[in-house]
Design a protein. Structure first.
Length: 310
């Protein structure tokens, strides 16, 4: 009888341990928009299909589908424009902000020498009407008398290449693609001008959002994931060729010539800044947004609970 009791205890122990193991093997789903955020995480997508015994799945999609992931709660981790995450947080605080992944990457572009003063009375062809590109552009332009015509981003690029538009607003990596077709391109870095106006290093663009209950119950995984993010960002900036090889081998979209990817990385301003260190940059930028179009962030600054760790 004693021997049977020992065997039963052993079997129960094995079942309990197996059950605990299954919880650790939860599949973590990550979704991100095409473009710069995907470039920033390319090392993780290529190498890290498992973190701390958890399988990790990465979905790359069109930017306009990211909002649906917040609503459906289909992914534990969402990479999104920070203003989009803040706006959706104002409605339903299901996801918290864990850190910035990309910063500003907007440039005024011309074939002629270009200064802010030289823009007086000129026409700029731009993309992003009513959204972040327009807000940054108008903040930098200030009181300069300029006409801004808004078009689709591809139309802006094509019009510049064809010579129909003399001054355009472009983002990386579109700018690096232009430089393969047009010689002696002149630029104004809007991030530098923003810094001069606000006295802040730059403005945050895309960030990492984590489902609140998942973050609370999986702190070790979240810390490991964010460490991997920082490693990927450093890899991309330090080894641009290998990062571009990874991007090509994964067949990520949109497709770019390898040299365009390599050339665009410095101007794309990929980096990682945790939620605590991002807060001041975000609030400075969000106050500018509130003046221009507060609807883009839900009409108010997010509260402290928006930031992971608070």
């Amino acid at each position: 009888m004693k021997k049977l009791y020992i065997i039963l205890c052993f079997v129960i122990s094995i079942l309990v341990l197996s059950s605990c193991g299954n919880e650790d093997n939860e599949t973590v789903k990550v979704i991100m928009p095409e473009g710069a955020p995907t470039v920033g995480l390319v090392k993780m997508i290529y190498e890290d299909d498992e973190i701390l015994n958890n399988k990790v799945e990465y979905d790359v999609t069109k930017g306009n589908l990211i909002s649906a992931a917040f609503t459906s709660k289909s992914h534990q981790i969402i990479v999104a424009p920070i203003n989009v995450g803040a706006k959706l947080y104002s409605v339903n605080p299901e996801y918290v902000f864990a850190g910035t992944l990309t910063f500003g990457n907007l440039y005024l572009v011309s074939k002629e020498d270009l200064t802010l003063e030289s823009l007086e009375g000129q026409t700029i062809y731009a993309f992003g009407q009513g959204s972040i590109p327009e807000i940054v552009l108008r903040k930098v332009l200030g009181d300069i008398n300029v006409t801004v015509n808004f078009l689709d981003a591809d139309d802006v690029s094509n019009g510049f290449i064809s010579g129909n538009y003399a001054i355009v607003l472009l983002a990386e990596p579109a700018l690096s693609k232009i430089k393969l077709n047009v010689n002696n391109v002149k630029t104004i870095d809007l991030q530098e001008k923003y810094c001069e106006i606000t006295k802040k290093a730059t403005y945050p663009q895309a960030g990492i959002f984590i489902k609140k209950d998942f973050a609370e119950n999986n702190k070790e995984f979240v810390n490991a994931f964010l460490t991997k993010v920082e490693e990927s960002v450093n890899f991309v900036n330090e080894d641009k060729e290998s990062a571009s090889n990874y991007y090509e081998q994964l067949k990520l979209t949109p497709t770019y010539p390898k040299q365009v990817l390599i050339n665009s990385i410095p101007g794309t301003n990929i980096g990682f800044l945790d939620s605590k260190d991002s807060k001041e940059l975000i609030e400075t930028f969000f106050n500018i947004i509130l003046e221009a179009n507060g609807n883009l962030i839900g009409g108010k600054l997010p509260d402290d609970n928006f930031y992971l760790g608070n």
